[in-house]
Design a protein around this ligand. Structure first.
Ligand SMILES: Cc1ncc(COP(=O)(O)O)c(C=O)c1O
Length: 433
């Protein structure tokens, strides 16, 4: 099923998987009009062809170095998607009971699931202790103790998440390594974590983890992270712990714009990560650990397209504005930290003009600017690209709007994989008194 490993690319100003036939937009071989007419808008269309091509590209880059890939479920996880992933060699990262339940509903094998998160609840730790996942990535000392106090049966495999102190060159909101972040054990905290582990016989130290952030394009940052992990593996070895696995995180950059060159080179990056680990293992006389990566965005972002209907096209102080039927509630990232999504009209017509694209929330929820037809009008369809990651998974019900539907498209076919929320869904937890 995962065959084609050709890189997914923008072509002729269009996002991967998009094409125009007679001026009309098709995604995954299905017309945007047909999708919108069948499922309504806003609608997230996930092109499984693009998704599989990205997976194949990473598998091909990782295979020569035996690097293991875990899909970061936080990017987008639905039962259908987990079922799809189950049939690939990928592992899966979950960071909540909800994500775990999604994987379990899809019968995703527990021995390929890792539990993440920096504030795990008792129920979540219980799930790990009950063997519902293969390993737990522990963020802090309290969590280590709480997990240790639960074990009783088989040993629970743990990776310690370390803060390697490396600041990736990315937006501070999506940076998870460095001095000003909450994640993991910093250098000062690591000795105490290892000491604590010695007193917790129910836990099995398996290795170390460090994720630096999202949208990182340069290979060197991942190489530095690998060195940082191996340096800590040497420290752990001196304390009597064998590091069998290091996970260098996700965060591999994705091209968001047709004019943006495909700056991230998976083959080179994975090869250099593996090379750095090999060198350090030799240098410190350590066994070479299993290397893992956990991309989310790089696998699913480009597969996603959000279709919106224009509700109003107006000029404000001389500037063209278009209000669409989505917004901050289903894609909060543009408002949260200026995330960019390229957008265009589903039907080409007339001259284009720079237009401010807004959602319909009671906020200034600009989704960005786009070159849209100057005669854009109510009812037109707009396609927002690269919305597969961190849109639906971050969606909420602000203004009591309903979350969109999600449809899988591939080779001209389409299948609903998440229903549009109903008003009853939105009201379901309200109590009468
Ligand atoms: C621990 C961890 N691993 C992996 C990822 C995936 O990052 P990305 O989707 O940018 O690859 C994240 C994202 O927040 C993360 O927190």
């Amino acid at each position: 099923m995962i065959g084609n490993s050709a890189p997914v690319r923008w072509r002729g100003g269009l996002a991967p998987g998009h094409e125009r036939r007679g001026g009309e937009l098709f995604a995954g071989g299905v017309s945007a009009d047909e999708l919108a007419a069948t499922y309504g808008t806003p609608l997230l269309a996930v092109d499984y062809g693009v998704f599989d091509a990205a997976i194949a590209q990473f598998l091909q880059a990782c295979a020569p170095h035996s690097v293991e890939i875990a899909y970061a479920g936080k990017a987008l996880l639905l039962v259908a998607l987990a079922r799809h992933l189950k049939h690939t060699p990928l592992h899966l990262d979950v960071c909540s009971l909800g994500e775990l339940a999604t994987a379990e509903r899809a019968a995703f094998p527990p021995d390929r699931i890792a539990f993440h998160g920096c504030g795990k609840t008792g129920e979540e730790l219980d799930a790990a202790a009950e063997g519902r996942v293969a390993r737990v990535i522990v963020d802090n000392i309290e969590e280590l103790r709480r997990l240790g106090s639960r074990s009783g049966g088989a040993k629970i495999s743990v990776l310690l998440r370390v803060n390697s102190g490396i600041e990736a060159h990315t937006h501070e909101f999506v940076r998870t390594g460095g001095a000003r972040t909450k994640f993991g054990f910093d250098t000062a905290a690591l000795p105490a974590a290892l000491e604590t582990l010695k007193k917790l016989p129910g836990l099995q130290f398996e290795g170390l983890h460090s994720h630096l952030g999202s949208q990182i394009y340069d290979t060197q940052t991942f190489v530095e992270n690998t060195h940082a992990l191996m340096e800590r593996a040497a420290f752990a070895a001196a304390a009597g712990f064998v590091t069998e696995r290091i996970v260098v995180g996700g965060g591999f950059g994705v091209s968001m714009h047709p004019d943006e060159p495909d700056t991230f080179d998976a083959d080179k990056t994975i090869a250099e990560i593996a090379n750095a680990a090999r060198k350090d293992a030799k240098r410190w006389n350590l066994p070479l650990p299993q290397i893992g990566i956990e991309p989310g965005r790089a696998l699913v972002a480009q597969a996603g397209t959000t279709l919106y209907r224009v509700m109003s096209a107006k000029r404000q102080s001389g500037k063209p504005f278009v209000i669409v039927d989505g917004g901050i509630y289903e894609n909060p990232r543009p408002a949260l930290y200026g995330a960019y999504h390229h957008a265009y009209a589903a039907r080409e017509s007339g001259p284009l003009q720079e237009t401010i694209l807004c959602g319909r929330s009671c906020e200034n929820d600009e989704l960005g600017t786009a070159r849209l037809p100057s005669d854009a009008a109510e009812g037109d369809l707009i396609a927002m690209c690269t919305t597969g990651a961190y849109t639906y998974s971050m969606a909420g019900n602000y203004n009591r709007f309903t979350r969109p539907a999600v449809v899988a498209v591939r080779g001209g076919t389409h299948t609903l994989i998440a229903k549009r929320e109903s008003i009853d869904d939105v009201l379901r937890n309200d109590c009468d008194e």
